[in-house]
Write a protein of this length. Structure first.
Lengths: 326, 290, 326, 290
């Protein structure tokens, strides 16, 4: 029996790696039947997001993300979340500002007083990764593996504050970094189209939506449009996420607002400026008071705070349609 | 090349300097939507029509709908327009991991003599510090592209003897093989650092001053560094922007000055020398990191 | 410094694992420029397949595979190939029958006297994997990694005759199998559409075509149709393979013949019966005399041995078009 | 259930037996295009409309264009028709690896008391042996699905004390935890072996005879095994095919008898017992493994 050396290891806490436990979860909880899963943001978040969950979202509050679900989560005052904060812009700040977060696995977030202060005061603990290392981790989770080798991340101080390890590759004898797989408790994914069972389509680029759907114990899909399953069956090559990993389908027109949904609407620039400025200037509480706590739902926010004219305007500005339809 | 401009700002100058470094028929992984993106777009319009770029969200070789206005974001239809392939962060990361990306272009907060990059924290990470956003895609760009071009400002607090936190790897401790010993791909590493005032390359994995902008002196550059870099035998004087470059930059790439408004203006004086001037347009509301 | 145990390892030879060497190859040999790569089967195989190469093909001689390229390779009497023989049906037998092969990494092949005898007589050495383990290996190669963990393969006798290792997972402490990454010398991939630079589209299911394209040092794409790059740019979500890993584009109408090309033509049943029977009965040499050595090219085979009527018939039987167009 | 058929062959009987085991609203990974595919299709038509199947080439839940004629192959438009998703071998393998596949249905050459499967070589692999095609997708199915259903013939050369080569894992040496000790997922393993003559389940990871077809005796079954299996307390008599089942099988699923022609015909006699008869249709040209 030969031995492999572990040359170095990060000392960051990481979500327990348990591929067999994840398999057991999938076995027990993922319905194989085609059952309708339509529900509101409120119901989906109540039912599927628990305090203490590891939360993953695809894209973010400003870039084709599940913005209506993120607002609902803050509205429901979810607590003690561990957030996969890759490619996240203002989303981490919103969640921290809402008091929802206790841990962050950092890829990138738009820095500002809210998160900075929470970390400094020890209310939130940060573990350090990069965007791609985080998507590699969730890919390992989606593949049912305990870890994944990566060719980046070695030598950084992030490594030291992470769950990564440096080992001698048993094939080449050279050092190689491995990172722990990630199987979040819950993933939020906003899509262009889905049927009521959760077969979903995303058009355009993305971060790791397919991986997130496969890797997560509970998956909430919000969608601009509900389409017939027959339409899914007519072009199976366009299916991004298969129904049997999806736990809830939320019909959420303008679900990515204030971000852009390619092919449907552009971002709402004044709103984006407002939230970015709020983040940079420590005004997240005021933002939340207005857009989250001040209304009871996505529909109410769109109706009272955005208005039909603005929605029509951002739809009208989405003039590029190529590639965003099946 | 067209006539030299008589009025430009130092940020525009920096972007044009990088644009002229872009090699035709090479691949570039471009971080974010600010100066790095403006540089590559300028290059493909003027000098390197077959340079290819990719972004972190998996866009390969787009013909973007310009301007990327008003938000220069990824995962958007204008920035993804007419790409050859739409992938994901994972797919583009693997393209880089197998060696397809010749160059990365990055922004940062702090850099040290070995090209290590800090975008995580200023101060003592374990104690008193100011927190920033983390590496984002920069760690992968710095690790996986064959060469990296770093864009930053010429400020003593940015050029430090040892970065407070290595978010993205340069040559680490500067010793030979340091990157390989921690599993990074062989033969990769920092290639240039470009500020509005200067260009640096590397000699034996140590930062070396190789060029200075004509509106500053070598001493001014060195005064804005907290360590002494190696010096090229002959430090060149950098070319300033042309009218064509600025026209493109101002009318197509950065109409609202979201990227370039943060630079100080420079004028070409009658005696052929350059000088800073004070006046500056009003800044926009959007952060320059977009 | 802690240690990890290697609990068991296969004793099969495996293609040298060298991710840095592969990166160097990609750096030096993959053109980043959009340069036309159109050439004939003959030219592509002459230029890009060398004796001694590790050969990978996607799908196989009967199932949307690069059949015209495989025939050309046999016609050019390539020697000493190491073949990734997953999901292969008669292809391994054809290549072995043509004297092209010295090693097989087996996932599955249609057994018959030709391969059986070659292995028994030691002319061909077999190493044992499974279809999925082979596609996992090439996926690791496509990701630039030296190895990939898998949750299958442990405990089999295949493991013993492979390059797999059983290690203690440094995250869970549980045993986990790892398999060596694969970066073939050359991959043959048949696609529905490609532009002259190699941007290619495959519609329908497949085995590991994207991975094969990314993982291989030399990539030959044969295509039913040549399309404009503008068409690629109008629907970038349909691009399966990006140009910058492709070394040759062969315009090969009926390139998958006698197999089916979904949406274009069905398989030619009498021909399939002929080749399957030849494989099972040891009549591969006779088959090759007729269809490979007896003609000089794909065009000549189609013209002289298949004929316009049969081609028209198999096109006509391809009545299902849904999902096979952009 | 419709009327019992008075004439069928043993292969048809085997397929119908498996079809009746299929649970509604469960997922099945089906190997190849022969008996396993016929079984799942029969089930979805008659008993388990919401059973879902996937194939090795990445088809998820198709509504195939029947018959899968004349070549029952994967990577074909008829077998992929109206799927919910088209993936690849890798994607479907990962779906199984995360636990989404409840059952696998497999064919094989040899099986042993612990459900290990040989499809690689008969004889001494290191010396004199006859070579076969290898596991294909079966290793992954046997490793990653929660349960596996194995279909094979009742022949002494197929039921052996130790398979000559473990191509796909059963319970290995039969000890508790043997699969887990070599990295296979917890809680998986062989579930049923179905031959034209008998059904077996497992007791403490050992093959156990649990049902026998009415046209053979237990002793006939045991005579066609090279080891003695465990015996259920009560060995049940298996149901024979119904007219509905056979009608579907013969008219929609296997029109040309490519799958079922390899079985011996059985008749229901006037006294209510079954007997083999000799006559048999002419065989087709295509191998039964398709």
């Amino acid at each position: 029996m030969t031995s492999l050396d572990v040359l170095a290891e990060g000392r960051g806490e990481y979500l327990k790696v348990d591929p067999d436990g994840f398999r057991d979860w999938v076995r027990e909880n993922k319905s194989r039947a085609l059952v309708p899963k339509l529900m509101s943001e409120k119901e989906a978040v109540e039912k599927l997001v628990s305090d203490g969950d590891y939360l993953w979202y695809e894209c973010n509050y400003l870039q084709r993300g599940p913005a209506s679900l993120i607002r609902e989560m803050i509205r429901q005052k979810k607590k003690d979340l561990w957030v996969g904060a890759k490619f996240t812009w203002v989303t981490a700040a919103l969640l921290v500002g809402g008091g929802c977060v206790s841990k962050l696995d950092v890829g990138f977030f738009l820095f500002g007083p809210t998160v900075e202060q929470a970390i400094r005061e020890g209310r939130v603990t940060a573990y350090e990764y990069s965007n791609v290392v985080m998507t590699n981790r969730i890919m390992a989770g989606a593949m049912g593996l305990p870890f994944m080798p990566v060719r980046s991340f070695g030598g950084t101080d992030g490594f030291t504050h992470s769950g990564a390890k440096l080992i001698n590759d048993p094939y080449t004898g050279e050092p190689i970094t491995i990172v722990p797989a990630l199987n979040p408790d819950v993933a939020l994914i906003h899509v262009h189209q889905a049927d009521v069972f959760g077969n979903a389509r995303i058009f355009g680029t993305g971060i790791s939506h397919q991986e997130a759907a496969m890797a997560s114990k509970k998956v909430i899909v919000s969608t601009e449009e509900i389409i017939e399953t027959d339409e899914i069956r007519r072009d199976p090559g366009r299916t991004t996420i298969p129904y049997y990993v999806v736990d809830a389908v939320v019909h959420a027109p303008f679900g990515a607002y204030p971000g852009e949904m390619q092919g449907h609407y552009t971002s709402d620039v004044p709103h984006v400026i407002e939230i970015v400025a709020s983040t940079l200037r420590g005004l997240i509480p005021q933002y939340l008071d207005k857009y989250v706590y001040g209304v009871s739902s996505q529909a109410e926010m769109l109706d009272k705070l955005v208005g039909a004219n603005r929605l029509k305007e951002i739809q009208g500005r989405a003039t590029i349609k190529e590639g965003y339809r099946a | 090349m067209s006539e030299k401009a008589s009025y430009f700002n130092e940020r525009e100058h920096q972007i044009c300097t990088v644009a002229r470094m872009i090699e035709d028929a090479r691949t570039y992984w471009v971080a974010g939507g600010g100066s790095p993106m403006a540089s590559i777009l300028l290059a493909t319009k003027l000098y390197a029509p077959n340079a290819i770029y990719v972004t972190e969200d998996g866009v390969l070789a787009p013909e973007p709908a310009l301007p990327l206005d008003p938000l220069m974001t990824m995962v958007a239809s204008r920035s993804s327009y007419r790409a050859l392939q739409w992938g994901t962060m994972n797919t583009i990361g693997f393209h880089a991991q197998i060696g397809l990306m010749d160059y990365g272009i990055l922004n940062t907060l702090q850099v040290d003599p070995y090209g290590n990059i800090n975008s995580t924290a200023l101060g003592d990470y374990e104690g008193e510090h100011r927190r920033f956003g983390g590496p984002g895609g920069a760690d992968s760009i710095a690790a996986l592209c064959w060469h990296t071009i770093l864009m930053t400002d010429q400020q003593a607090r940015k050029f430090v003897p040892r970065v407070d936190f290595i978010s993205s790897p340069g040559y680490l401790d500067g010793s030979e093989g340091a990157r390989e010993r921690v599993g990074l791909p062989r033969g990769t590493g920092p290639w240039r650092v470009v500020t509005p005032w200067a260009v640096f390359d590397y000699e034996d994995r140590h930062l070396r001053l190789s060029g200075v902008s004509p509106f500053v002196t070598i001493d001014q550059v060195l005064a804005e560094m907290s360590f002494k870099p190696r010096m090229a035998k002959k430090v060149e004087t950098l070319e300033t922007p042309t009218e064509d470059e600025l026209a493109l930059l101002r009318t197509e790439l950065d109409q609202r000055g979201q990227i370039t408004d943060v630079g100080k203006p420079v004028v070409l004086q009658d005696d052929g020398t350059y000088a800073f001037v004070e006046e500056q347009k009003e800044k926009g509301d959007l952060p320059s990191s977009w």
